[in-house]
Write a protein that binds this ligand. Structure first.
Ligand SMILES: *[C@@H]1O[C@H](CO)[C@@H](O)[C@H](O)[C@H]1NC(C)=O
Ligand SMILES: *[C@@H]1O[C@H](CO)[C@@H](O)[C@H](O)[C@H]1NC(C)=O
Ligand SMILES: *[C@@H]1O[C@H](CO)[C@@H](O)[C@H](O)[C@H]1NC(C)=O
Ligand SMILES: *[C@@H]1O[C@H](CO)[C@@H](O)[C@H](O)[C@H]1NC(C)=O
Ligand SMILES: [Zn+2]
Length: 287
């Protein structure tokens, strides 16, 4: 290979690993949500997922849980579907007020997308299914249920969910949004899990069956009908964004152990809830 061909390859590879604005958990966060969900599927849901996943995924939903982030360039219309911008400092979320893109087009936010792909997947096994690509619907839904649980996915409008707030994570420069997508998870993996995401997933699964066992039923249930209930998840996220993510942070804050140790339990909880609720949604859809 010529040197310049290698340079182009490296450049293209970098485009995929360093998107400027990442909206949503990083790769490990999404992988964790999907890996928690898949073993919780009913037989009917597990079969549908297996049927819809491409053969290359080898029946592993986790392997494609970040697919929706990788197709943002190819499907630019999908970018606003990863998050919700709420009014600055209000700390509330309302579908009718907030679920829109920057041009005010209704339903174009992560809650609208969860409703959209849920209703597409409900056509599975029926004639109407032929109008949709249900493989894509499954991959979008699995990803967006993760995204809506990342507190800064339901953040303030003017700072783009913490994307424009520069901070230091220990000694490294980053932005607040990225701290919640990746840095807290990475630091936890390094400290507690031998830098191995599988150990984090195991630890969360243990807590789902012990610590959180009596809460799991309420996570899985939607008071207003069948799962998923994205408006509930979004309201929880903006509350957590105000109470934990934004709290005490300003431009150029240095975030270290004080912040990490108090916020990690929130990140763990949101990953667990995301996984449990993704399974509940798929069980309800394919049940
Ligand atoms: C909003 O409108 C502008 C101008 O028409 C367009 O370039 C942009 O892509 C639109 N944004 C979205 C998210 O559709
Ligand atoms: C619904 O899904 C279709 C197919 O992927 C997509 O074109 C449309 O933009 C989606 N709308 C929302 C609000 O998710
Ligand atoms: C559905 O989407 C997947 C992923 O983008 C693609 O590989 C596949 O070809 C699509 N299927 C159809 C029938 O278009
Ligand atoms: C699991 O629960 C224990 C006890 O509350 C807690 O110390 C630990 O950090 C939790 N781990 C995860 C990954 O949630
Ligand atoms: Zn995303």
């Amino acid at each position: 290979m010529k040197l310049f061909e290698i340079q182009i390859l490296v450049f293209v590879a970098l485009l995929f690993v360093c998107p400027l604005f990442v909206h949503g958990w990083g790769v490990d966060g999404h992988l964790t949500v999907c890996r928690i969900a898949q073993p919780r599927l009913s037989e009917a849901a597990a079969n549908a997922v297996k049927d819809l996943l491409p053969a290359s995924a080898d029946d592993d939903l986790g392997s494609l849980c970040s697919w929706a982030d990788r197709v943002k360039f190819h499907y630019p219309w999908s970018s606003p579907l990863h998050y919700i911008d709420t009014p600055d400092n209000l700390c509330t979320y309302l579908y009718s007020r907030d679920c829109k893109d920057e041009n005010g087009t209704k339903d174009r936010c992560v809650a609208g997308a969860i409703n959209n792909y849920t209703s597409q997947l409900l056509s599975y096994g029926k004639d109407a299914a032929s109008q949709y690509n249900l493989t894509e619907a499954l991959l979008f839904l699995a990803h967006f249920v993760g995204d809506i649980h990342q507190p800064l996915h339901v953040g303030f409008t003017s700072d783009k969910g913490g994307n424009t707030i520069d901070v230091h994570w220990y000694t490294r420069k980053t932005v607040l949004h990225h701290v919640w997508d990746d840095n807290i998870i990475e630091t936890a993996e390094q400290r507690y899990d031998n830098s191995d995401v599988d150990e984090l997933i195991d630890a969360l699964q243990k807590n789902i069956t012990a610590e959180w066992a009596d809460k799991v039923k309420t996570w899985e249930t939607c008071s207003s009908g069948k799962p998923p209930c994205p408006n509930v998840y979004a309201s929880e996220s903006i509350k957590a964004a105000c109470n934990w993510a934004y709290k005490g942070v300003s431009e150029n804050s240095v975030l270290e152990d004080d912040y990490f140790l108090t916020r990690l339990p929130i990140v763990n909880l949101r990953l667990a809830q995301g996984g449990v609720r993704l399974a509940a949604a798929l069980n309800s859809i394919f049940g």
